[in-house]
Design a protein around this ligand. Structure first.
Ligand code: FE2
Length: 290
Protein backbone atom coordinates (compact mmCIF):
# COMPACT_ATOMS: atom_id res chain seq x y z
CA UNK A 1 0.00 0.00 0.00
CA UNK A 2 1.31 3.40 -0.97
CA UNK A 3 -0.44 6.25 0.87
CA UNK A 4 -0.25 9.84 -0.41
CA UNK A 5 2.25 11.80 1.67
CA UNK A 6 2.15 15.59 1.67
CA UNK A 7 5.10 17.22 3.49
CA UNK A 8 5.06 20.72 5.00
CA UNK A 9 8.34 22.38 5.99
CA UNK A 10 8.51 24.79 8.92
CA UNK A 11 11.64 26.80 8.11
CA UNK A 12 12.34 28.43 11.46
CA UNK A 13 12.49 25.08 13.29
CA UNK A 14 13.49 22.83 10.39
CA UNK A 15 10.51 20.60 11.16
CA UNK A 16 8.59 18.47 8.65
CA UNK A 17 4.88 17.96 9.20
CA UNK A 18 3.11 15.30 7.14
CA UNK A 19 -0.41 14.63 6.01
CA UNK A 20 -0.75 10.94 5.16
CA UNK A 21 -3.86 10.04 3.23
CA UNK A 22 -5.56 7.00 1.79
CA UNK A 23 -6.68 8.34 -1.57
CA UNK A 24 -9.44 5.76 -1.84
CA UNK A 25 -11.33 6.58 1.34
CA UNK A 26 -9.98 10.17 1.83
CA UNK A 27 -9.08 9.27 5.39
CA UNK A 28 -5.92 10.96 6.70
CA UNK A 29 -3.59 11.41 9.65
CA UNK A 30 -1.40 14.40 10.47
CA UNK A 31 2.06 13.78 11.90
CA UNK A 32 4.03 16.33 13.99
CA UNK A 33 2.16 19.59 13.33
CA UNK A 34 3.87 22.84 14.36
CA UNK A 35 2.57 25.93 16.18
CA UNK A 36 4.38 29.14 15.24
CA UNK A 37 6.10 30.71 18.24
CA UNK A 38 8.10 33.90 18.59
CA UNK A 39 10.37 33.49 21.61
CA UNK A 40 11.10 37.22 21.78
CA UNK A 41 7.50 38.22 22.34
CA UNK A 42 6.03 34.97 23.66
CA UNK A 43 3.40 35.06 20.92
CA UNK A 44 2.00 31.91 19.33
CA UNK A 45 0.45 31.74 15.87
CA UNK A 46 -1.35 29.27 13.65
CA UNK A 47 -0.29 30.39 10.17
CA UNK A 48 1.73 27.23 9.46
CA UNK A 49 -0.98 24.97 10.90
CA UNK A 50 -3.62 26.78 8.82
CA UNK A 51 -1.74 25.74 5.67
CA UNK A 52 -1.91 22.11 6.79
CA UNK A 53 -5.60 22.43 7.66
CA UNK A 54 -6.38 24.09 4.33
CA UNK A 55 -4.70 21.22 2.48
CA UNK A 56 -6.88 18.72 4.34
CA UNK A 57 -10.04 20.71 3.75
CA UNK A 58 -9.33 21.31 0.06
CA UNK A 59 -8.75 17.58 -0.48
CA UNK A 60 -11.88 16.61 1.41
CA UNK A 61 -9.75 14.62 3.86
CA UNK A 62 -11.25 13.20 7.02
CA UNK A 63 -8.58 13.42 9.72
CA UNK A 64 -8.79 10.53 12.13
CA UNK A 65 -5.54 11.00 14.05
CA UNK A 66 -3.06 13.72 14.91
CA UNK A 67 0.10 11.84 15.76
CA UNK A 68 3.21 13.00 17.58
CA UNK A 69 6.44 11.06 17.13
CA UNK A 70 7.54 12.35 20.57
CA UNK A 71 7.35 15.33 22.92
CA UNK A 72 9.40 17.69 20.77
CA UNK A 73 11.99 19.99 22.27
CA UNK A 74 12.40 22.32 19.31
CA UNK A 75 8.86 23.36 18.38
CA UNK A 76 5.44 23.58 19.98
CA UNK A 77 2.75 21.24 18.66
CA UNK A 78 -0.33 22.67 16.98
CA UNK A 79 -2.32 19.49 17.63
CA UNK A 80 -5.06 21.26 19.66
CA UNK A 81 -5.65 23.85 16.91
CA UNK A 82 -5.88 21.19 14.19
CA UNK A 83 -8.07 18.97 16.35
CA UNK A 84 -10.54 21.79 16.93
CA UNK A 85 -10.62 22.66 13.22
CA UNK A 86 -10.46 19.23 11.59
CA UNK A 87 -11.31 16.71 14.28
CA UNK A 88 -9.17 13.66 14.97
CA UNK A 89 -7.67 12.29 18.14
CA UNK A 90 -4.23 13.23 19.45
CA UNK A 91 -1.87 10.34 20.17
CA UNK A 92 1.74 9.83 21.27
CA UNK A 93 3.86 6.91 22.48
CA UNK A 94 3.11 5.53 25.93
CA UNK A 95 6.63 6.51 27.02
CA UNK A 96 5.27 10.07 27.34
CA UNK A 97 4.50 9.29 30.97
CA UNK A 98 8.16 8.96 31.90
CA UNK A 99 8.97 12.10 29.86
CA UNK A 100 6.22 13.94 31.75
CA UNK A 101 7.54 12.73 35.10
CA UNK A 102 11.08 13.86 34.21
CA UNK A 103 10.05 17.31 33.06
CA UNK A 104 7.47 17.81 35.80
CA UNK A 105 10.44 17.76 38.16
CA UNK A 106 12.65 19.94 35.94
CA UNK A 107 9.98 22.62 35.50
CA UNK A 108 8.72 22.38 39.07
CA UNK A 109 5.14 21.74 37.93
CA UNK A 110 2.44 21.43 40.58
CA UNK A 111 -0.03 18.71 41.48
CA UNK A 112 -2.39 19.92 38.77
CA UNK A 113 -0.04 18.40 36.18
CA UNK A 114 -0.50 14.62 36.17
CA UNK A 115 2.36 12.66 34.54
CA UNK A 116 -0.04 9.96 33.41
CA UNK A 117 -0.54 10.76 29.73
CA UNK A 118 -4.16 11.77 30.34
CA UNK A 119 -3.63 14.99 28.36
CA UNK A 120 -3.59 12.88 25.17
CA UNK A 121 -6.54 11.07 23.63
CA UNK A 122 -4.53 7.88 23.22
CA UNK A 123 -1.15 6.46 24.26
CA UNK A 124 0.33 4.08 21.72
CA UNK A 125 2.19 0.84 22.38
CA UNK A 126 4.88 -0.73 20.24
CA UNK A 127 3.29 -2.89 17.55
CA UNK A 128 -0.15 -1.33 17.77
CA UNK A 129 -2.00 -0.82 14.50
CA UNK A 130 -3.53 2.48 13.39
CA UNK A 131 -5.11 2.24 9.98
CA UNK A 132 -5.68 5.18 7.64
CA UNK A 133 -8.61 4.08 5.56
CA UNK A 134 -7.46 0.92 3.83
CA UNK A 135 -3.76 1.57 4.54
CA UNK A 136 -2.42 -0.46 7.41
CA UNK A 137 -0.44 1.51 9.99
CA UNK A 138 1.89 0.25 12.68
CA UNK A 139 3.51 1.93 15.69
CA UNK A 140 7.21 1.16 16.15
CA UNK A 141 8.71 2.20 19.49
CA UNK A 142 12.08 3.85 18.81
CA UNK A 143 13.42 5.09 22.17
CA UNK A 144 16.83 6.73 22.34
CA UNK A 145 16.34 10.41 21.48
CA UNK A 146 13.54 10.41 24.04
CA UNK A 147 11.73 7.67 25.96
CA UNK A 148 8.44 8.28 24.24
CA UNK A 149 9.74 8.23 20.65
CA UNK A 150 7.74 6.22 18.15
CA UNK A 151 7.92 5.81 14.38
CA UNK A 152 4.82 5.27 12.26
CA UNK A 153 4.76 2.88 9.32
CA UNK A 154 1.81 3.46 6.96
CA UNK A 155 1.99 1.06 4.04
CA UNK A 156 5.43 1.67 2.48
CA UNK A 157 5.91 5.05 4.20
CA UNK A 158 7.89 5.24 7.43
CA UNK A 159 7.82 8.37 9.58
CA UNK A 160 10.95 8.05 11.66
CA UNK A 161 10.61 10.98 14.08
CA UNK A 162 13.93 11.93 15.65
CA UNK A 163 15.94 8.79 14.93
CA UNK A 164 17.79 9.25 11.65
CA UNK A 165 17.73 12.44 9.60
CA UNK A 166 18.54 12.63 5.88
CA UNK A 167 21.61 10.44 5.17
CA UNK A 168 23.91 13.51 4.93
CA UNK A 169 22.68 14.74 8.33
CA UNK A 170 23.00 11.63 10.48
CA UNK A 171 20.91 11.03 13.56
CA UNK A 172 19.17 12.70 16.49
CA UNK A 173 20.91 13.75 19.67
CA UNK A 174 20.56 11.54 22.73
CA UNK A 175 21.52 13.89 25.55
CA UNK A 176 18.11 15.08 26.69
CA UNK A 177 16.93 13.74 30.05
CA UNK A 178 15.99 10.11 29.39
CA UNK A 179 18.01 9.97 26.14
CA UNK A 180 20.21 6.93 25.46
CA UNK A 181 22.53 6.55 22.45
CA UNK A 182 22.70 2.75 22.68
CA UNK A 183 18.91 2.60 22.74
CA UNK A 184 18.73 4.86 19.68
CA UNK A 185 21.19 2.63 17.81
CA UNK A 186 19.01 -0.40 18.52
CA UNK A 187 15.88 1.49 17.51
CA UNK A 188 17.49 2.44 14.20
CA UNK A 189 18.43 -1.20 13.60
CA UNK A 190 14.75 -2.13 13.98
CA UNK A 191 13.88 0.40 11.29
CA UNK A 192 16.74 -0.77 9.07
CA UNK A 193 15.26 -4.29 9.12
CA UNK A 194 12.33 -3.01 7.04
CA UNK A 195 12.29 -3.45 3.24
CA UNK A 196 15.01 -1.43 1.50
CA UNK A 197 12.52 0.42 -0.67
CA UNK A 198 10.50 1.62 2.33
CA UNK A 199 10.13 5.38 1.98
CA UNK A 200 11.69 7.19 4.96
CA UNK A 201 10.26 10.58 5.97
CA UNK A 202 12.33 12.53 8.48
CA UNK A 203 11.12 14.82 11.27
CA UNK A 204 13.72 17.52 10.64
CA UNK A 205 16.07 18.81 8.02
CA UNK A 206 18.43 21.73 8.56
CA UNK A 207 19.69 22.10 4.97
CA UNK A 208 23.37 21.28 5.58
CA UNK A 209 25.74 23.16 3.34
CA UNK A 210 22.88 25.35 2.19
CA UNK A 211 21.19 22.63 0.10
CA UNK A 212 17.42 22.81 -0.13
CA UNK A 213 15.45 21.19 2.68
CA UNK A 214 14.69 17.53 1.99
CA UNK A 215 12.42 15.07 3.73
CA UNK A 216 12.47 11.73 1.93
CA UNK A 217 14.96 8.90 1.51
CA UNK A 218 14.70 5.10 1.69
CA UNK A 219 15.81 2.45 4.14
CA UNK A 220 18.31 1.28 1.51
CA UNK A 221 19.81 4.78 1.17
CA UNK A 222 20.03 5.19 4.92
CA UNK A 223 21.73 1.82 5.38
CA UNK A 224 24.21 2.63 2.63
CA UNK A 225 25.12 6.18 3.42
CA UNK A 226 23.81 7.65 6.69
CA UNK A 227 26.82 9.54 8.02
CA UNK A 228 26.22 8.38 11.60
CA UNK A 229 24.58 4.98 11.41
CA UNK A 230 24.89 2.82 8.31
CA UNK A 231 25.66 -0.84 7.67
CA UNK A 232 29.00 -1.68 9.27
CA UNK A 233 28.83 0.90 12.10
CA UNK A 234 28.81 -0.95 15.43
CA UNK A 235 26.79 0.04 18.48
CA UNK A 236 29.89 1.02 20.43
CA UNK A 237 31.24 3.12 17.55
CA UNK A 238 27.91 4.86 17.27
CA UNK A 239 27.59 5.49 21.01
CA UNK A 240 31.08 6.98 21.18
CA UNK A 241 30.43 9.26 18.19
CA UNK A 242 27.06 10.32 19.60
CA UNK A 243 28.40 11.10 23.10
CA UNK A 244 31.25 13.19 21.70
CA UNK A 245 28.98 15.09 19.37
CA UNK A 246 26.21 15.62 21.94
CA UNK A 247 28.76 17.16 24.34
CA UNK A 248 29.22 20.00 21.83
CA UNK A 249 25.52 20.77 21.25
CA UNK A 250 23.67 23.66 22.86
CA UNK A 251 20.21 23.34 24.39
CA UNK A 252 17.71 23.86 21.52
CA UNK A 253 16.40 27.44 21.23
CA UNK A 254 12.83 26.48 22.04
CA UNK A 255 13.32 23.58 24.48
CA UNK A 256 11.91 25.44 27.47
CA UNK A 257 8.63 26.57 25.89
CA UNK A 258 8.26 23.49 23.67
CA UNK A 259 8.56 20.78 26.27
CA UNK A 260 6.32 22.54 28.76
CA UNK A 261 3.54 22.78 26.20
CA UNK A 262 4.11 19.49 24.40
CA UNK A 263 3.92 17.37 27.55
CA UNK A 264 0.44 18.91 27.87
CA UNK A 265 -0.42 17.61 24.37
CA UNK A 266 0.13 21.10 22.94
CA UNK A 267 -2.27 22.83 25.31
CA UNK A 268 -0.88 26.00 26.91
CA UNK A 269 -0.54 25.99 30.71
CA UNK A 270 -3.74 26.94 32.50
CA UNK A 271 -4.08 30.74 32.71
CA UNK A 272 -3.36 32.53 35.97
CA UNK A 273 -6.05 34.64 37.67
CA UNK A 274 -5.19 37.48 35.26
CA UNK A 275 -6.21 35.33 32.32
CA UNK A 276 -2.65 35.01 31.00
CA UNK A 277 -0.88 31.68 30.46
CA UNK A 278 2.72 31.66 31.72
CA UNK A 279 5.71 29.38 31.13
CA UNK A 280 8.38 28.61 33.71
CA UNK A 281 12.15 28.92 33.23
CA UNK A 282 14.24 26.77 35.58
CA UNK A 283 17.44 28.71 36.24
CA UNK A 284 20.76 26.85 36.22
CA UNK A 285 19.22 23.44 35.64
CA UNK A 286 19.45 22.71 31.91
CA UNK A 287 22.57 22.68 29.73
CA UNK A 288 26.22 23.11 30.71
CA UNK A 289 27.55 25.67 33.20
CA UNK A 290 28.64 28.87 31.47
FE1 FE2 B 1 13.00 15.82 18.95
Amino acid sequence: MRPAVKPFHHPSTGTWTYVVADEGTREAVIIDPVLDYDWRSGRTGTKSAETVAAHCEAGGLRVSWILETHAHADHISSAPYLKSRLGGRVAIGQGIRSVQATFKKIFGLGDDFAPDGSQFDRLLEDGETIDVGSVRGRVVAVPGHTNDSVAYLFGDALFVGDTVFMPDSGSARCDFPGGDAAALYRSVQRLYALAEDTRVFVCHDYSPGGREARCESTIGEQRASNIHVRDGVSESEYVEMRRKRDATLDVPNLLIPSVQVNIRAGVLPRADADGVSYLRVPLNVLGRPL
